[in-house]
Design a protein. Structure first.
Length: 122
């Protein structure tokens, strides 16, 4: 069961929801505050860094028994290179990640488990 709600943090309205007893927070809403025209680019830029890939990989190793380590290692090796781009959908698809949820379309967006969302806001 998914229960959506909106919270206000420092004047920013952010969508949250609970799925399988885990809280997810909209990274898109947070990114929109940083760059209202291109929030998806803010998320992709965050995901291309080595520190983010290491953090996401560690989180998935701890919480996801079906996480694909070989695919993770490939992303880890490429992270930080000028040519490296990592959309959330690609991360989720290739590694079977559960800490991020990303949906395309008008009512879509990228959501992260609360542990990951706290790292994103920094």
């Amino acid at each position: 069961m998914i229960k959506k709600q909106k919270i206000k943090v420092e004047g920013i309205e952010i969508v949250t929801f609970t799925k399988n007893n885990s809280d997810f927070i909209s990274l898109t809403d947070i990114a929109r505050h940083k760059n209202s025209a291109f929030p998806a680019d803010v998320i992709k830029n965050w995901m291309r860094t080595r520190g983010t890939i290491d953090f996401l990989g560690l989180w998935e190793k701890l919480h996801n028994p079906t996480f694909k380590l070989v695919e993770f290692d490939q992303f880890k090796n490429e992270a930080g290179a000028n040519s490296f781009v990592l959309p959330p959908q690609k991360w989720i698809e290739k590694t079977h990640a559960i800490g991020l949820i990303s949906k395309s379309g008008r009512y879509g967006g990228t959501y992260a488990h609360k542990d990951i969302a706290c790292e994103f806001k920094n």
